[in-house]
Design a protein around this ligand. Structure first.
Ligand code: SAH
Length: 464
């Protein structure tokens, strides 16, 4: 982030602009929405500017800027649309201590004006650091359509009621009240009874919330999917939206954590490979502790929580503590990985069952029914298999598996840095070493990518 978004208080403060043409008009239309004291320097101002000056909405000085003209100004806009003049006026304003924006000159500006969606007092600012103004406009149009025009009115009336609502204890109870107001009772009352209706509705709603018993803590075990935020379920989104505490593992991507409620406490309970950074007992205790304090806890796990997620231990701990819980399933890495190679997990005539295996368990390399897995057409998805590839390869070949059995590695499935490496049982270890996998990777035994557009050109021919 090269530019940090903030909202500057302009009420009663000075803003100075130099320029009298189109660029000046565009900025002034925005600035006139504020409560700033506006001064415009322009030897030949556009008629609109003269009009605003006549109405007393800004002070117009019909000459070019001089030293000292921007004294005490918070912001200064250089809008003469002339590089030399803009450089001169902005230098003067800078000397006077103002923050300077030169219209259409990102490089020399100390701040930029975002695209704005105005539902005063709710304002949305959209910035792309100059990279994609088209995108900013598209987002603005989208938000304009989505945010009801009445939002500003609701927020204004809500703001006036803040004091009254302070009788509710801070935290969850107060938040529930406001959520109920903005997304339920408020819009309904405004539609039915106008502003007076909203005032009554606020009072009624407050009484209702004052009489509601304290909400109990709760734990949602939520699947975050393989990494792409669009592969979250709607239920997962909802749980994140209302979470007080999110306890997540290492597999959950930052893009998904971004979606958690702003005020939510995020706790990383991530574990590294074989060496746990937080023990399972500590995690269990953490979940219980927050839920007992009344929090809505989201225990967010990569993929599906029921697949190699140590879910049962956590459910046991929560149950013993008498805390309510539920599970929100997610898309497991095996599903995302076969999707990435255009294959099915099961296929009529090839495999009527599929195994989800772990490469290692608490005792070390995990043992499996190798004889069954070695049969032609078998399909298995190996989780946590990076370190055990050699072991698995050896066991399968020892039990008679065909050395040419296709194996596909999918690293970072569904993420922007997803990689697919097609190989065979024979070459598995070599190709895996060459690939130098650094992200989470799934090993699909018995499956080759459907289309042979694989990154690894060496193995490409083997499937051509
Ligand atoms: N509950 C998770 C699995 C946890 S075990 C799920 O349902 O997906 C962790 C293992 O999952 C990793 O070692 C890796 O083998 C696999 N994995 C998780 N996310 C993955 C991804 N995006 N791409 C490939 N493999 C992934």
């Amino acid at each position: 982030m090269k530019h940090f978004p903030i909202f500057v208080r302009l009420e009663g403060r000075r803003v100075v602009l130099s320029g009298g043409g189109e660029a000046a008009l565009a900025k002034l239309r925005l600035l006139l929405k504020t409560e700033a004291h506006l001064t415009v320097f322009a030897p030949t101002p556009a008629p609109e500017i003269e009009g605003w000056a006549a109405e007393g909405r800004l002070r117009l000085v019909r000459r070019a800027m001089e030293p000292g003209d921007a004294t005490c100004a918070v912001l200064f806009y250089a809008a003469d649309e002339d590089d030399l003049e803009d450089a001169r006026t902005s230098a003067l304003a800078r000397a006077d201590g103002a923050m300077v924006n030169i219209v259409d000159n990102l490089e020399d500006s100390a701040f930029i004006t975002p695209a704005i969606v105005d539902r005063d007092p709710v304002t949305v600012a959209i910035g792309t650091e100059g990279a994609a103004p088209v995108l900013a406009r598209a987002i603005k149009a989208d938000l304009e359509a989505r945010l009801p025009a009445t939002l500003g009115t609701l927020a204004r009336l809500g703001k006036a009621f803040r004091r009254a609502a302070d009788v509710l204890p801070m935290g969850r109870k107060r938040r529930d009240f406001w959520a109920d107001y903005y997304f339920g009772a408020g819009p309904r009352a405004l539609q039915d009874g106008g502003e007076a209706g909203v005032k009554d509705a606020l009072q009624d709603l407050l009484e209702k919330h004052e009489n509601v018993a304290e909400r109990e803590g709760h734990v949602a075990f939520v699947g975050a999917g393989p990494g792409d935020p669009e592969l979250l379920t709607l239920k997962a989104r909802k749980a994140l939206d209302s979470a007080d505490v999110v306890i997540h593992d290492r597999l959950v991507t930052p893009e998904i954590l971004e979606l958690a409620r702003r005020e939510a406490i995020l706790i990383d309970a991530g574990k590294e490979g074989f060496g746990p950074s937080m023990s399972q007992n500590e995690i269990n205790a953490l979940i219980v502790e927050h839920a007992q304090a009344g929090a809505q806890v989201v225990r967010l796990k990569g993929g599906d929580p029921t697949v190699f997620g140590r879910l049962d231990e956590e459910i046991d701990a929560v149950t013993v503590a008498g805390i309510a819980w539920h599970v929100v399933p997610g898309i497991t890495a095996a599903s995302a990985s076969v999707a990435a190679i255009g294959q099915s997990l099961t296929k009529r005539g090839r495999n009527a069952s599929v195994r989800l295996l772990t490469g290692h368990d608490m005792k070390g390399f995990a043992d499996h029914d190798w004889r069954a897995l070695s049969r032609p057409g078998e399909v298995a998805a190996v989780y946590m298999g990076k370190k055990s590839a050699r072991f698995i390869q050896g066991r399968l070949i020892m039990h008679g598996a065909d050395r040419a059995t296709p194996v596909t590695l999918v690293e970072n499935a569904s993420r922007p840095d997803q990689r697919r490496i097609a190989t065979t049982l024979d070459r598995l270890v070599r190709d895996m070493d060459d690939a130098d996998l650094t992200g989470p990777a799934l090993m699909l035994i018995g499956l080759a990518p459907r289309a042979v557009e694989v990154e690894d050109t060496k193995t490409k021919q083997e499937f051509a």
